[in-house]
Design a protein around this ligand. Structure first.
Ligand SMILES: O=C(O)CC1=CCC(=O)O1
Length: 256
């Protein structure tokens, strides 16, 4: 499949190093809101919507992680950006890893949050794709958001819970399903050793979707990797624990 022109917004320091933020399955680029201000003070920040999300094109699925990586490279080309820091959470992290493997010359540093090189069983993703195509993304919204945050956070933040459930529910069914199918066939484990970009792998200590072992595997396998496990956070750890994650991410990018 050829690359699509994803919807993107550029903000922050026009003369700063570029950081690209890649979103997770079923989210919009608003998922980076808690990091945005601090990143904008230091970087030229590119947020975009993975194909099938937001106002980005929604080709008929299935997609592959290679497709998503091609979209990100096409975005860098469109913006005339030669090299960037690439930061992604979950599906966004899978895309970032793929870009670092296939186009190492385009990547300065990697920030990989709550992601994995392979997510099994594959059938969980093909089943979810089938459910969403049949019933819409709203059918999975409540269960997904229960994995995004700890039970304590959800109990204390009912508005945030509703906000994030709506975010998932409003995702295109075809886009969501196509991305599930990309995850179903992904296995990047053998490629990790070829990643040379300095990598910070950030795990939510209580993440049931991509537990800390997934991030440890990445940090241990790349050439230059470091693991940060963040307490009291689940899958959308950057939203639940921004006070820990934002400065750690900025320090990593600034040192790279
Ligand atoms: O939705 C989930 O269960 C967690 C997840 C996997 C890939 C992604 O982006 O989110």
């Amino acid at each position: 499949m050829s690359a699509v022109d994803v919807e993107a917004v550029v903000s922050g320091r026009a003369d700063g190093p570029v950081v690209v933020l890649s979103n997770s399955l079923g989210s919009t680029y608003r998922m980076w809101d808690a990091q945005l201000g601090a990143l904008e003070e230091r970087f030229r920040v590119v947020r975009y919507h993975t194909r099938g999300h937001g106002a980005s094109p929604i080709p008929q699925g299935p997609y592959t992680i290679d497709d998503l990586a091609d979209d990100l490279i096409a975005l860098l080309d469109r913006l005339d950006v030669e090299r960037a820091h690439v930061v992604g959470l979950s599906l966004g992290g899978m895309t970032a890893m793929r870009v670092a493997v296939r186009n190492p010359e385009r990547v300065n540093a990697l920030g990989l949050l709550c992601t994995g090189a392979q997510l099994t069983p594959s059938s969980a993703w093909t089943d979810r794709a089938r459910t969403v195509r049949a019933q819409g993304s709203a059918a999975v919204a409540e269960a997904v958001v229960q994995r995004w945050f700890t039970p304590e956070y959800l109990a204390d933040n009912p508005d945030s819970r509703r906000y994030h459930e709506t975010m998932v529910a409003e995702t295109s069914a075809e886009g969501y399903a196509g991305c599930c199918e990309a995850i179903a066939v992904m296995d990047q484990r053998a490629d990790l050793a070829s990643i040379t970009a300095p990598t910070l792998a950030i795990a939510g200590a209580d993440d049931p979707a991509t537990p800390p072992a997934k991030l440890a595997e990445i940090a241990d396998s790349v050439t230059s990797g470091r693991l940060l496990v963040v307490p009291h956070s689940a899958h959308l750890a950057n939203a639940e624990q921004p006070e820990i994650i934002t400065p750690a991410l900025i320090e990593h990018l600034e040192q790279s």
